[in-house]
Design a protein around this ligand. Sequence first.
Ligand SMILES: Nc1ncnc2c1ncn2[C@@H]1O[C@H](COP(=O)(O)OP(=O)(O)OP(=O)(O)O)[C@@H](O)[C@H]1O
Ligand SMILES: [Mg+2]
Length: 385
Amino acid sequence: MNKEQVILIVDDNPDNLALVGNILKKSNHRLLFAQSGVHALKAIYDKQPDLILLDVMMPDLDGFAVCKQLKQDTNFADIPIIFLTAKAEKDNVIAGLELGAVDYITKPFNSKELITRVDTHLELKMAKEDLKQRVAELSMAKIELAHKVEELNQANLTKDKFFSIISHDLMNPFSGLIGFASLLVDKNQSLNDKQRDECIDHIFQLSKQGLNLLTNLLDWSRSQTGRMEVTPMHLNLKSIVDGNIKLLHNQVTAKQIQFFSTIDSKQTVFADERMLTTIIRNLLSNAIKFTPDRGEITVSAQEKDNYLEILIADTGIGMTAEILDKIFRIDVSHTTKGTHGERGTGLGLILCKEFIEKNQGTITATSEQGKGSQFYVCFPKDNPS
Ligand SMILES: Nc1ncnc2c1ncn2[C@@H]1O[C@H](COP(=O)(O)OP(=O)(O)OP(=O)(O)O)[C@@H](O)[C@H]1O
Ligand SMILES: [Mg+2]
């Protein structure tokens, strides 16, 4: 045993205390003595001994009462108790063991027996503590392992998605571009003006689609690989929403969509400017894309504790519960064409969620098919740390 062990000897008879003390003093343990149940409890609470040798018959608080009290207290219940009993007290022995004592030693004491039993129970106690420590370490390791497995699974999903986008989605705009461009290049194709204009328009749309995909993919891969710095600052929400609306003006007017914003020029959030702009642009362009002609889009914000909750609501086509469940997930990302056949990548909301979480925010959505959708984004108003 490497650590000095503390043994408390409790007996109301000072001769007995001296006797047991004499027997045990040759061992390397530290000995404490108590002459009553009350003193024993005080010594136990103060010194937390490793083992207690406890006399049964004592005035006031007897050995059983001390034992009972300790077993009810989780801080002390594990300290092994050996009762010191007279040979004739067989019933006491059983009662003591039933109360949770680990052993008993009968008086008059045999030195060898006393030392052996004490050492055995001290070793057992240490082995038990060691085991407990190992179990605790193992369960910690198990939790860490589960986290690592989860991280690896996520990384795997991300990698799979990445390859599927590169190999499939990126091919589409390119095959389209080459198809239409070759029609224009091929002198044998006698296209009339209308057909040429259509080809050019297709090339324009496909280029925009390809660029959108590449921008999303690039942003996403940079955020995945930790190469995207987050520089949060106090930002004026109104100017970011207005700036985005200006950029999306053509789409809004093409669909004659009514746009309302009740954002106050005093409302600010603490976020990274580029990321917030991307988030608002993605949510607004979704609202426009999935709202039929003459629909409505409303942007508002309200303060909630330390957060500002931004709501982007539309009267568009809405989503089924099944689609709603997929829109923020990389493993099953989902894309549908807009009401004018606009194509997307299905990456927009995944990026939004990623950026929002990097800024200590949250995003949730509610929707009803045929009625419209609501996207709620919460950002801290101030530096959260
Ligand atoms: N406001 C909305 N109303 C109805 N459906 C929506 C709305 N916003 C998102 N969705 C659904 O969620 C899907 C995923 O949206 P997300 O923005 O991630 O991708 P996308 O718009 O399809 O493509 P991208 O954003 O790359 O152009 C959409 O295709 C659509 O099915
Ligand atoms: Mg989108």
